[in-house]
Write a protein that binds this ligand. Structure first.
Ligand code: FAD
Ligand code: SF4
Length: 672
């Protein structure tokens, strides 16, 4: 039984993964498919996209015609069932309410995290993006380069399914042959934007999104992803076969019940569960990493959100993948005599260098697109085309006045009409009623375009989080306080975005809507509102100045890993999630390799029939897998299931599971 309660968890696991989003899903997948026994602890509730996704509901069927509310900011049908800018009972503190220093924190509390509704834009970082400091002296270089991570980008693309193309543009890397699915056809508005942007020297090329435009290659990809692992290949092939392709009609933000796009819940978790190696406990709010006497992590403590009780789980390795700021919060709250400033914080850098994406938007109306015949233009739900950063030469020549680039996400067309479709067109009509209003709506509907800039933020010492000395959440766990500041580079970049977008709209013979901001402070979206937060436990090559090494492994505690965006040393303009997954897979391979080197008791717990033993050499593993390792998987997870009591912790460390007893108040005192 893969979904287990705190009581039915095993005594010990190979790895505990905290969080089930892009990072947690990828970590668990990569480990389970290669034989490691994993416990995933997820703070949110269980969630089944197959039964819960409102894919085909129309806005008129929902309260308030499905418009956004404080509880559902992205609309009634949005996939986030429990989360948003505010999560009841789970506050956070902003050090400043001023626009310039304001930090917004979006959280999703559900199985799969934000991957149930994210935008699916999946761009690779390029070679420059890993060495920004070497190029312009700002920020930090990563302790790895593009060549180190490229094989993992390939693997993630093959697994989750990403459409796109290889265009050979500067710092916009190509995927290996067979990795990308063909891009969808552009909309007419996309084509017009591309044509007019080209006149300005701005290239528009096919976007990269995690949406299946054709079936996955279930015959060849599993062997590329799990060479020599027959059981993993079989599980993955079956899973890939069962994923449908996109039907071009429904908003991806609601989730996809036919599994045509990437969500952790539809792509990572099903095969990991099918391996028999994954147990998941939902409603488990982790607040602390526990240490053995040897200074190594031996598990985590968490609050069972149903009962309010404190629980513990043990494992040889702990992976934090709770999203960048949550993982930092857990580490900062894991104080001990050895780590009084928080776990893995000997550098003092924990919580430092938070980064988001620079955002700025301009929209406009294009007479050339008026009165076009009605068509289904829901398409792949966005980013058929996009503009990668194109001004490298001007930037090198010092012509721009800011460092680092941005890409442009744009769109238009006739989507399924909703509550706001005909609202706010008075700036074009001067105000019309009755028949004239209907004529106006038909004329203007589909003639609007928007441009969103997504730019790199350089890490700075003023953007960080720390534990607030007094505020606690409803379980008594201390919360984060955020400090935020943009530098001149980001502000100038945002102003540049506004100018560029206005120029493109003008080149389309259109008119911009609203003021085109020349002041960067007015042009820039508030910190973290783009919801690409990374940093806080940055990786580096020096333990004195970074929290993790290139494998997302904390310098201070060798069996503790942070595989979400917290480990990012910079935040390139490219949206972060594909890189999060590539790094998480790379970290999982590193963990497996370490476990294989110390094979004494690995695998530690029984596994599904035929699952490989990672400790064995490749050829021997293949032979064994042919025969199958006939150990029954424990499917019920209940009390009747036999439990192995093998010790996996170092000598002298007690393995225990505490069931209940203390409640939130006691917890609050302990953490205070
Ligand atoms: C509207 C929107 C659009 C986006 N579009 C894109 C895009 O197009 N491209 C892109 O690259 N990125 C996009 N993102 C960002 C993307 O969603 C994140 O980068 C990605 O989900 C991060 O993965 P993660 O696993 O670190 O965090 P999450 O996906 O947030 O998952 C973290 C999980 O950990 C759980 N958790 C948190 N705290 C604890 C705890 N203490 N104990 C146990 N569990 C815990 C949470 O409940 C959650 O399930 C978008 C985000 C949003 C909100
Ligand atoms: S547009 Fe395609 S991928 Fe997105 S939800 Fe609809 S069917 Fe799924």
């Amino acid at each position: 039984m893969p979904f287990v309660t705190p009581k039915s968890q095993r005594d010990a696991y190979d790895v505990i993964v905290v969080g089930s989003g892009a990072a947690g899903g990828q970590s668990a997948y990569a480990l389970c498919m290669e034989g490691a026994k994993v416990l995933m602890l997820e703070a949110g509730r269980s969630y089944s996209p197959a039964t819960e996704t409102p894919m085909f509901q129309t806005p008129d069927l929902a309260p308030l015609a499905a418009v956004g509310t404080p509880q559902k900011p992205f609309g009634f049908y949005d996939a986030t069932v429990d989360g948003g800018w505010d999560v009841p009972g789970e506050p956070y503190v902003r050090a400043s309410e001023e626009a310039a220093g304001r930090f917004e924190w979006w959280r999703a509390r559900m199985l799969g995290g934000r991957t149930n509704h994210w935008g699916r834009i999946s761009l690779r970082y390029g070679p420059y993006d890993f060495k920004p400091h070497s190029r312009d002296g700002l920020g930090f270089d990563w302790p790895l380069g593009y060549a180190d991570i490229a094989p993992y980008y390939d693997k993630v693309e093959l697994l989750i399914g990403v459409y796109g193309s290889n265009e050979g543009l500067e710092n916009t890397p190509a995927s290996s042959p067979g990795c990308l699915l063909p891009p969808p056809k552009p909309l007419v508005s996309d084509l017009l934007i591309a044509q007019r942007a080209k006149r300005l020297g701005i290239p528009a090329i096919p976007g990269h999104r995690a949406v299946l435009t054709r079936p996955l290659d279930f015959r060849r990809s599993p062997a590329r992803l799990h060479p020599g692992n027959v059981m993993a290949q079989k599980i993955l092939a079956e899973d890939m076969r069962s994923r449908a392709t996109c039907i071009w009609a429904t908003p991806c933000g609601r989730g996809c019940s036919i599994r045509a796009n990437y969500q952790s819940t539809t792509v990572h978790l099903p095969p990991a569960l099918a391996s028999g190696n994954l147990d998941i406990t939902t409603e488990a709010m982790v607040y602390e990493v526990t240490l053995g006497r040897d200074g190594r992590a031996n598990g985590v403590s968490f609050v069972d959100r149903i009962t309010g009780r404190q629980q513990q789980a043990t494992a040889r390795v702990v992976i934090l993948a709770a999203s960048a700021c949550e993982s930092v919060r857990i580490l900062l709250n894991s104080k001990s005599a050895q780590f009084p400033q928080g776990l893995a914080n000997s550098s003092g850098r924990l919580g430092r260098y938070l980064m988001d994406t620079v955002g700025s938007t301009v929209s406009g109306q294009i007479p050339l697109l008026e009165s076009l015949p009605p068509l289904n233009e829901d398409a792949a739900d966005g980013q058929q085309l996009y503009v990668p950063w194109w001004l490298y030469r001007d930037q090198r020549a010092g012509k721009l006045g800011f460092a680092r680039g941005y890409h442009i996400e744009f769109g238009g067309g006739k989507r399924m009409p909703d509550y706001g479709t005909a609202a706010g067109i008075e700036w074009l009509t001067g105000g019309s009623y009755g028949v004239k209003f209907k004529q106006d709506v038909r004329r203007y509907y589909g003639s609007f375009v928007y441009f969103d800039g997504r730019g790199e933020m350089i890490p700075n010492g003023h953007s960080y989080c720390e534990i607030d000395p007094s505020v606690k959440d409803k379980w008594g766990i201390p919360v984060l306080r955020f400090h935020w500041r943009w530098s001149e580079h980001e502000l100038r970049q945002a102003a540049h975005m506004q100018r560029t977008f206005a120029n493109i709209i003008e080149a389309m013979d259109g008119q911009t809507h609203g003021v085109v901001q020349t002041d960067g402070a007015r042009a820039i979206a508030p910190g973290r509102s783009i919801i690409h937060e990374v940093g806080g436990a940055i990786m580096g090559s020096d333990p004195r100045t970074s929290v993790t090494n290139p494998w997302c492994q904390t310098w201070d505690v060798p069996n503790l890993f942070v595989t979400d965006g917290a480990a990012f040393a910079s935040n390139a303009d490219k949206n972060p999630t594909l890189t999060i997954m590539a790094l998480a897979w790379r970290a999982a391979d590193h963990i497996l390799a370490r476990m294989r080197r110390r094979t004494v008791r690995f695998p530690l717990v029984r596994r599904a029939p035929g699952t490989l033993r990672p400790g064995l050499p490749e050829r021997q593993r293949a032979r064994r897998s042919d025969r199958g390792v006939h150990r029954p998987a424990r499917r019920d997870g209940g009390r009747n299931a036999p439990r192995r009591r093998e010790s996996i912790t170092p000598p002298g460390v007690r393995v225990s599971i505490a069931h209940g007893g203390e409640h939130a108040q006691a917890l609050s005192h302990r953490l205070a």
